[in-house]
Unconditional design. Sequence first.
Length: 306
Amino acid sequence: MPWDPIKLNDVGVVLRSLHSQYCTSRFGTWKLGNGQSPIDQVDQALSVDTAQAYRNEAEAGVAIRESGLAREDIFITTKYSGTDGLDIPTSIVNSLKNLGVSYVDLYLIHHPRLAVPDIQTAWKQMEELKEKGLVKSIGVSNFGVTELEILVSSAKVKPAANQIMLHPYVFAKQKPIIEFGAKHGIITEAYSALMYEGISFGGPLDKPLYEIATRLNATPDQVILAWVKAKGAVVVTTSSKKYRLEGYLRAADLTLTTEDVSALDDAGAKVAGRWNARSIMCRLAVVAFWGVLALRLNSYMDLGIL
């Protein structure tokens, strides 16, 4: 499958080394919770994306060990989330213990607000982890252009990646971040690429998306992933279904025309004026909250709705 490997900017020039490359499609665990589910799903992946805040690093570690794969054959990303008020040096030690490995391939600061007491100091701690060999590459998540400018101005090692929300409905908002990253050799990773339906179900994106999918004999989700690839970003996605993961991999075989990409961009821009990344996440959080509440009430009152 042509999810091409991409060389990170901070790991030397050995292009054939798995430590210096990672595929343009990666497996996230943030919606899987803990318990058996992430163990089962990680077993289907060669690249794992987790975080301290997801509370499933230990489960990911179990799956990594049970996979039977050599450590160098699995690309592992985790994130500093400030969990339990712990600092960066302490948190990485805990993450390595939970994952059962001696290093991770990519370590991210999960959000700018976690870079305490300031971005420069936090990044220096990240650079020290790299020097010690606890992490191969370092990066950030949810950083905007302003935060990236502050970081780059004092960094000895530039961030290898910036993981941000990316789909057509937020592209206009995120475009400057992607452009800044490209200028400075920072890979953009796209999370929540398939959450577009939760933003505007039946919205302006549907018509061009379904037309493209029909013409290419593909699913809408595959078209969106191909769109992300066309933007030069790395896909971070997940599913509890193996067949869906296999479908996501096949999305790399799709070739979108310039007109296809523009049509999706234009449709997404019609919603972008009303929603930005933060308001979208707030809306999704509200939907998730009421969904969980409804399920609990249904269970408590034995309503038999589901």
